[in-house]
Design a protein around this ligand. Sequence first.
Ligand code: PLP
Ligand code: COI
Length: 364
Amino acid sequence: MEDATVLDFEFEAHPNPVSAEVLAETLANPGFGKALTDHMVVIRYSDEKGWHRPTVEPHAPILINPACAVLHYAQEIFEGLKAYRLPDGGAALFRPEANARRFNDSAERMAMPKMPEELFLASLEEMVKADQGWIPEIEGGSLYLRPFMFASETFLGVKPASEFTYMVIASPAGAYFKGAESVTLWASEHYTRAAPGGTGAAKCGGNYAASLVAQAEAIREGCHQVVFLDAAERRWVEELGGMNVMFVFEDGSIQTPPLGGTILPGITRDSLLTLARDAGITVREERYGIDQWKADAESGKLREAFACGTAAVVTSIGKVRGRDFEFTIGNQGPGLVAQKLKSDLVAIQRGRAPDPHGWVKRLF
Ligand code: PLP
Ligand code: COI
């Protein structure tokens, strides 16, 4: 077996990279997920050869057979993390080992091969080195990295594939919710995201496919994001379409739904809980009902609620709407606790504050 703990990536430079003018224009206003960088990482896997032939090559469309397994049975997983420019001009990733672990947890759930952690980390480093000129210098700018793996075997039988392709693509990123000081959520009553025993804790494309109709409903209702309730009782708050959720109470304590297999174990979630505990804040990982959320928001017992994730960082929730209710939170603007946690987190991520937990991985 060729197994590529082989960390020697073959490099093929893009023959026609984007021009300096277009790049400058793109980086001045990157948005989220629109522009893609010049290169991509590709690593192949087969049961016979293991992981092999890691390359950095020009970003380009790929050719797959219409019978490619992922197109039929959605055996696909992904990750999302950001590369940040450091004050001295270097670049760093934030807790990439945690993404490597979650990627392998997702792989296990989806009957896919695990990737050696050092190969996953090397792939990110190669990607950032190749396209470091794409890290936006604007406030809040970063290079969003999207590692993913899909079943690339050409075969229509329903079984775990024996061939997979792993890739990393990158996209310059600014704010996910552009121009929004706080967001409005749509509480989905009809659709749920994940059931006990399902794939809710895996970062697989299928979870997002299943969430899109609810997210579309949220947009139609004039909301930014959908918030899902649990599949069994349709009562407990789980998470948003692409973020975890946290609540701040009048006594200063913070609560967030527990990890129980139906929500994504967010790395931002874990980091904020750690920072909050460091600051002496009482933190609870406990279920919170939508009725209680409404009652606490109305009584003032709940002071803040916010969304957290790699793309959204920390974004306050101003209002929640459902089929027959609507309530607002605090003054509907950014909450003080959310702002403080966000600035503490961002300062560590960008190398502007000490890093007591060793979260920042300098690449160069
Ligand atoms: N929940 C969902 C459904 C997500 O897509 C994300 C984003 O990746 C998160 C939570 C937050 O996870 P993280 O903080 O690791 O980005
Ligand atoms: C991320 O934050 O990395 C996600 O995958 C969420 C999505 C909204 C882009």
